[in-house]
Write a protein that binds this ligand. Sequence first.
Ligand code: NDP
Ligand code: DXP
Ligand code: MN
Length: 397
Amino acid sequence: MVRKVSIFGSTGSIGRSAIDVICNANETGAAEFSVEALAAGRDVEGLASQALKLKPKIAVIADESRKVELAALLAGSGIEVAAGEGALNEAAARPCDRVLAAIVGAAGLGSTLAAIKAGNDIAIANKESIVCGGQLMLGEARQSGARIFPVDSEHSAIFQCIGDGRSLENLTITASGGPFRNWSLEQMATATPAQAAAHPVWSMGIKNSIDSASLMNKALEFIEAAVLFDVAADHINVLVHPQSIIHGMAHFDDGSVIAQLGCPDMRTPISYALGWPDRIPTTVDRLNLAQISNLEFFEVDEERFASIRLAREAMGAGPAARVVLNCANEAAVSAFIAGECGFLDISRLVEAALERFSSGNFASSKCETLEEIAEISRYGRFLVSQWLNNAPSRAGG
Ligand SMILES: NC(=O)C1=CN([C@@H]2O[C@H](COP(=O)(O)OP(=O)(O)OC[C@H]3O[C@@H](n4cnc5c(N)ncnc54)[C@H](OP(=O)(O)O)[C@@H]3O)[C@@H](O)[C@H]2O)C=CC1
Ligand SMILES: CC(=O)[C@@H](O)[C@H](O)COP(=O)(O)O
Ligand SMILES: [Mn+2]
């Protein structure tokens, strides 16, 4: 059986790990994959070299100004070349067995929705799109019959543990604690982007890495778990586990707790989401608990890390507040990377945006359409840019 996949965000960390899974399976004969579409944002050279190797039917670059360059790099290959948002959506809707949604940020929502509407099953890494449009995605999936398989390591773990969901009491997602797990607030105030991106365990794109440092990654994942598994927020725990060996747990009403363990390598959850119901063999290191010897667990310190509290508040405030939380965070992380604000300003900016938003006209929006979500996203980003423009330079403060 040939498994036809499309990879959106192919040049990123998740995209490259997925390609490794696919190539390894094809080379060893463990499974047979073919690639329908590859898509990226701006990296034409990376995309072209992947395309020449994997021979997709189509390669799409989101940045339209780079289409000519992509076409030149793929001239004579027989691979169709396209660019822009419309082309991303069209390619996502082409029939295949799985669309891997691995674009970073809310920018990935449109193509994922297009794929779902076409009835394609989704392997979803792009948590920001779930936070902003999870209900919309699930509603469209019910209509089209598309299934949504989690890729995020914690959610893949829960998916592997939860069974049919009967007798479930609680879920736990683990957090490494990030590079600043033991830093004081004074130290974090002067943290640089390079320090924030230096994740102690996982190798990831810069945005997810910085989110891990502020624990906003876990805040987004908390909302992601509530949406994907339809579990109330007060039944979802976050536990700091620096070794990142246990990724998630399902707690049942007879006292049983089922956990998923594995070396921290995204090729495991990616292969599970691409292969389900089969497991696709990978070259991931095998777990040796005797060698690791010590697994630690701690509560989140909410004095130093405000993100989980902000996510709980946004969950209580409704779907539009989640969009603001996510998009204010995206804008604040970009500002931090650009040296326009300090590390601790990221959660301050998100909190300020949520506060301002709660008293505005959009607060009760149900986010039932992509357009509505886009409008609230723009507003969330605007609130952050307004604050940055009015504040004196805070970089490092
Ligand atoms: N990395 C990880 O281990 C994990 C990541 N995730 C989630 O997966 C997603 C991807 O993360 P990661 O791979 O780390 O991110 P990266 O930054 O490494 O890669 C992002 C990918 O998205 C593409 N992209 C960016 N903007 C656009 C756009 N507007 N349109 C089309 N494509 C775009 C990039 O293209 P280009 O290269 O051309 O810029 C790149 O291919 C995120 O949502 C993240 O939260 C979840 C769990 C773990
Ligand atoms: C690999 C993965 O799923 C990341 O989202 C991971 O969760 C990041 O690590 P933190 O636990 O530090 O956020
Ligand atoms: Mn995760």
